[in-house]
Design a binder for this molecule. Sequence first.
Ligand code: AGP
Length: 349
Amino acid sequence: IVVDKGGHRHFMLKEIMDQPQAMTAALKDRADFANSPADVMQLERVVLIGCGTSLHAAQVGRHYIERLAGIPAEAESASEFRYRDPIIGPRTLVVSIGQSGETADTVAAMHLAREKGATLITICNAEESQAARVADGALYMHAGLEVGVASTKTFVASLTILQLLLDAETTRRLVDQMARGPGLIGEVLAEANLYSSLARRIGHYDNFLFLGRGANAAIASEGALKLKEISYIHAEGYPAGEMKHGPIALIDPEMCTVALAPRDDLRDKTLSNIKEVKARGGLVVAVLTKGDDEAASEVDFPLFIPQAPDLLMPLVTTVPLQLLSYYIALLRGCDVDQPRNLAKSVTVE
Ligand code: AGP
């Protein structure tokens, strides 16, 4: 296989830029999806497991499944799941998510689920991986090789598949809406240079707090993970509603808060959190829907994204955070594709 950076300086940037195609590839495989590997009518519960970025995908997936299929769903770190004797049985669907399909904790958690008799599906990028072998069914991302240690396009591919996971009827209904996703992601990517200039304004901060609500709480965690992985900056991701319960004590002029407040049912609530941060002298960068001048006037640096259907929103809000992390790491002279202490797949505990 020939792997090149496609003219970009790093694999990570190439992989960020490849996300519209990654989403299209993930969609294409699901569009003619007729039979779910699981009998949805028989399911009592869905448990989504993964590690790192794949755990964040699981956390978004939980929202999708509850909303689209009306089945109770939860997301858990595979490393916790495997050691807590979880209560699962034949009417539990366990969905593992992983780029590599080789993460030791994820594979061990899958073996446990198998022993307990759960139906087991994996969403993974690597065909013929251990995860694919253990599972009853594998849904492949077809995102192409991801070289950068920081996962980007496989995250977007995971979220795409998670929307189309359970029943053929919902899948058919959603495919048209989802076909807009690559274009919406492309609109954010077309403005990549804005993120490069913002990085120059905020790249010297040593502490970042990422806030979001609903599915965007998981995207906040993902934004914080990306930043800490590749730029070695201390960053925390929090559900915005938790801010008052502790993190607000951290707010001062040295703290940069990145808030996800696109126009959705929770935008007003997150805007209140933004005002609280500003009132305490914190710097605020906010991901907002284009045209939301009211919210923009409350923040130091607005980052505009196109209006997107609710289900697609997490795929769109994640892109500004990836770009921001990339350009901050670049500015700080970090090894973007091979960050220190990290391996692309964690095959030992
Ligand atoms: C992502 O940027 C990280 N490198 C890491 O958290 C990764 O997502 C995790 O190790 C899980 O890997 P997997 O998806 O291959 O299972």
